[in-house]
Design a protein. Structure first.
Length: 262
């Protein structure tokens, strides 16, 4: 039986690009998302193009009971997960107290609780079967506070710090943990969050999902603690460390407000 990589949010964007990059290297896949038609199409295409086994499971990861069902099915199936990619996530934009609370709650359930739950459940399975790797997808937003996207930035800060802590806890158990921090990427994320990239989307500052996935999968061979794809993003990360937090807070707030207004 093949060893699988399980990827959440795998029906589009970075998740789908990661699935393709892994399939290209002969990796069997389990794709997880909410959209059945998109998952079915992606699974068929990847299997035919690369000759690997590709399964899919429809699961709304913002619903705890559906996560429990997914974990139970994985336990019962006996399929071995050698790589968990926690990519699923959503964003909201605008002043926090003006948002519909149900959207904010969904963000926290998906970006924070679902990711932690899958790390807990699948991490335990990995330990029992000899180890594995976990790649959690955060964002450059994890490095600073983000006014007008406060919940999203905070949720990605959780992913970053949680992943680094988990890395230390699990390295003696045969499980390697890395966190991916992409910058602005040309996906449906901004449209779904009611934002536009505007002047940032000049073809140079914004990477494609395929570029992010290629660099991430390439870096996974070394299993570093943090993967920041693209030299512009790495330069920005250095700037965040050097500049006062109040400056970064003001800058992020200005950029986010402009994206709302564009």
């Amino acid at each position: 039986m093949p060893r699988f990589a399980l990827i959440t949010g795998a029906s589009s964007g970075i998740g789908l690009a990661l699935a393709e990059a892994l399939a290209r290297r002969g990796q069997a896949l389990i794709l997880v998302a909410r959209q059945r038609d998109a998952l079915d199409s992606a699974a068929c295409e990847l299997s035919q193009r690369f000759g690997v086994e590709v399964l899919f499971r429809v699961c709304d990861l913002s619903e705890p009971l559906q996560i429990s069902g997914l974990l139970h099915e994985l336990e019962q199936s006996g399929r071995q997960i050698e790589l968990l990619v926690n990519n699923a996530g959503v964003g909201t934009s605008g002043a926090f107290i003006d948002q519909d609370w149900s959207r904010e709650q969904e963000l926290l359930e998906l970006n924070v609780l679902a990711l932690a739950r899958l790390c807990h459940g699948i991490g335990a399975m990995m330990e029992r079967t000899g180890g594995g790797r976990i790649l959690n997808v955060a964002s450059m937003a994890s490095l600073l506070p983000g006014p007008w996207m406060s919940s999203y930035y905070a949720s990605k800060a959780f992913v970053l710090h949680f992943s680094e802590g988990l890395r230390e806890e699990l390295k003696g158990r045969g499980i390697k943990v890395s966190v991916l921090c992409p910058g602005p990427t040309r996906t449906a994320f901004y449209r779904n969050a009611d934002m536009r990239l505007g002047k940032l989307d000049d073809g140079k500052r914004v990477m494609t999902p395929e570029e992010v996935a290629f660099l991430a999968v390439k870096a996974l061979r070394r299993a570093p603690a943090m993967i920041i794809p693209g030299w512009r993003n790495r330069l920005f990360a250095c700037g965040v460390r050097l500049l006062p937090r109040w400056v970064m807070r003001k800058l992020a707030g200005r950029i986010n407000r402009l994206a709302l207004a564009s």
